[in-house]
Design a protein around this ligand. Structure first.
Ligand code: AMP
Ligand code: GLY
Length: 420
C-alpha cells in the first residue's frame, strides 16, 4: 500500500525508517519530510501539514491507503475529523485521534477534567481565566511553592512555568491572562500542585477498543552535560528506564492506561492513534503530568528501534479496529539516542551548515535526521536539533557510549555541537 506520513522531525524519520521495513509498504510519501526521510520515500514539500484539503487531494492523486500523522498541530486542528467528515476522503484511515481526542494535549484544562472525571491520578489543580484573575491570586496564596502554571493551549512546549515564589507566580499569571504571554493559548491557565519525583514516559497505541503498550522511555530535556542548563525539546533519551520495574508498569496499566482508554470510550471520544503519557513517580505512585496525542520526539527514535514486529501492520490494524489481535514484539536490547544540536541551541543558532560523515556509521547505530535538508548532494542543518543518533547496547551505558562515539565523527567536522 501507499502511505502518507505528516511531519519533518527526527520522530518522522524514525516512522519512515520503521514503516518502510514492512513488506506491506509499497511507497511512502513524507510531507514535508527532511533529508533523512528522503532516504526512505518521497518528500512532499509544497503542501503545509495544516492544509487538509490539499493533503486530501494529494492522497486521492497518489492513491494513498493510510495517513499517519506525526506532529500534534494537525491533530489538534482536526485532520481526523476533516477526513472522516468528507465523502471524498473518508475511505483513507487516519492514524491519530479525532479533534476531541487531541484535546488531551491541546487543552490542559480538558485533560485535567478528563483525569479527575475518570479517577486517573494527577496533581490537584484549578483553572482560571481573566474573569477569575483575583481568585487565581487567592489560590496561589494557598499553595506552598514551587507553583506550577500551565497555559491551557499549545505553546510549542513552552507553556509550563514552575514558579519559586508566590510573587513570581502572580506576575506570571497576570502575564498569561492579561498580557497574553502565550497568545490565545494562555486565555485559560491551569494552576497545579508541584509533584516531586522522577519522570518517565509511556506510549500506548489504541484503536479505541483495545490498546497495546510500547517500550517506555525517559528523555533528558536540559541542554548541558549531566542534565544541567536550559530546557530544550529533548536532548537525549533512553529505553528501557532502569528504575521502571514490572510492578510499577503494572500500577501504571491499572491506574492510568486502562482508565484512560475506558474514559475515552465512555466519553465517546474517537481515538485511533498513539497516546504519550508523561508520568511522575512520587514514592511508589505514578501520576500523569501530561498527555500528548502523538509519539514523542526524540522518544520515537528509541521506542521504534526497540519494536521488532511490523509497525505498519499494527497501524493498519489500528485503522481497522483489530489491534487486539496484534502482537507487539520488543527487542530486549537497550537503546539510547543522543541529539546533535546546532551551536547556540536552544537560543539562536545558524542554519544551512553542511553535515559530513553521515555514511560512516557502525551497524549498531542509526542516525535519524531531525533538522536537516537536502541541497543537491549535500545535507545541510535546518533546525536547532539536527540529528538523533540512536544506538543499541546490552545496557543503557553501552548504548549511550556507542552514540557518543558515532557523534564524534560529526562534531570533529566542526560547525555542529553535540551535547546530551
Ligand atoms: P508538560 O508540558 O505538562 O509536560 O510540562 C513540562 C515539564 O514541567 C514536565 O516535563 C515536568 O518536568 C514539569 N511539570 C509539569 N507539571 C508538573 C507538576 N505538577 N509538578 C512538577 N513538575 C511538573
Ligand atoms: N520529548 C517530548 C515531547 O515529544 O513532547
Amino acid at each position: 500500500m501507499k502511505i502518507l506520513l505528516l511531519g519533518s522531525g527526527g520522530r518522522e524519520h524514525a516512522f519512515a525508517w520503521k514503516i518502510t521495513q514492512s513488506p506491506l509498504c509499497e511507497k511512502l510519501f513524507i510531507l514535508p519530510g527532511n533529508a533523512g526521510t528522503a532516504q526512505h520515500g518521497e518528500n512532499v514539500s509544497h503542501i503545509s501539514v495544516n492544509d487538509f484539503e490539499a493533503i486530501g487531494q494529494f492522497c486521492l492523486q497518489q492513491e494513498i491507503a493510510l495517513l499517519v500523522v506525526g506532529p500534534e498541530e494537525p491533530l489538534v486542528n482536526g485532520i481526523y475529523d476533516f477526513f472522516t467528515g468528507s465523502d471524498s476522503f473518508r475511505h483513507i484511515p487516519v492514524i491519530g485521534p479525532s479533534k476531541n481526542g487531541a484535546l488531551l494535549e491541546g487543552s490542559k484544562a480538558f485533560s485535567k477534567q478528563f483525569m479527575i472525571k475518570h479517577g486517573i491520578p494527577t496533581a490537584a489543580y484549578q483553572e482560571f481565566t481573566l474573569a477569575t484573575l483575583e481568585e487565581g491570586f487567592d489560590f496561589i496564596d494557598e499553595q506552598i511553592p514551587p507553583i506550577v502554571l500551565k497555559a491551557d493551549g499549545l505553546a510549542a512546549g513552552k507553556g509550563v512555568l514552575i514558579c519559586e515564589t508566590h510573587e513570581e507566580a502572580k506576575n506570571e499569571l497576570r502575564a498569561m491572562l492579561e498580557q497574553n504571554k502565550f497568545g490565545n493559548a494562555s486565555n485559560k491557565v491551569v494552576i497545579e500542585q508541584f509533584l516531586k519525583g522522577i519522570e518517565f514516559s509511556i506510549f500506548v497505541l489504541t484503536d479505541g477498543k483495545s490498546y497495546k503498550i510500547l517500550p517506555h522511555a525517559k528523555d533528558y530535556k536540559r541542554i548541558g552535560e549531566g542534565d544541567t542548563g536550559l530546557n530544550t525539546g529533548g536532548m537525549g533519551c533512553i529505553s528501557p528506564v532502569p528504575f521502571v520495574s514490572d510492578a510499577l508498569l503494572k500500577t501504571v496499566e491499572e491506574t492510568i492506561i486502562r482508565p484512560t482508554i475506558q474514559g475515552l470510550k465512555e466519553d465517546r471520544i474517537v481515538y485511533k492513534g498513539f497516546i504519550y503519557i508523561g508520568l511522575m513517580q512520587v514514592g511508589e505512585q505514578p501520576y500523569v503530568i501530561e498527555y500528548n496525542c502523538r509519539m514523542g520526539d526524540p522518544e520515537t527514535e528509541i521506542v521504534f528501534p526497540r519494536i521488532k514486529s511490523d509497525l505498519l501492520q499494527h497501524l493498519i490494524a489500528t485503522g481497522n479496529e483489530t489491534l487486539a489481535a496484534e502482537d507487539i514484539v520488543t527487542d530486549s536490547r537497550a537503546a539510547a539516542t543522543v541529539i546533535v544540536a546546532s551551536g547556540g541551541y536552544p537560543g539562536d543558532y545558524a542554519k544551512g551548515l553542511e553535515i559530513q560523515g553521515l555514511n560512516t556509521v557502525d551497524p549498531n547505530t542509526i542516525v535519524f535526521h531531525a533538522g536537516t535538508r537536502q541541497a543537491g548532494d549535500k545535507v545541510l542543518t535546518n533546525g536547532g536539533r539536527v540529528l538523533a543518533v540512536t544506538s543499541y547496547g546490552e545496557n543503557i551505558q553501552e548504548a549511550v557510549s556507542a552514540s557518543n562515539q558515532a557523534i564524534e565523527k560529526y562534531t570533529s567536522k566542526a560547525n555542529i555541537i553535540a551535547r546530551i
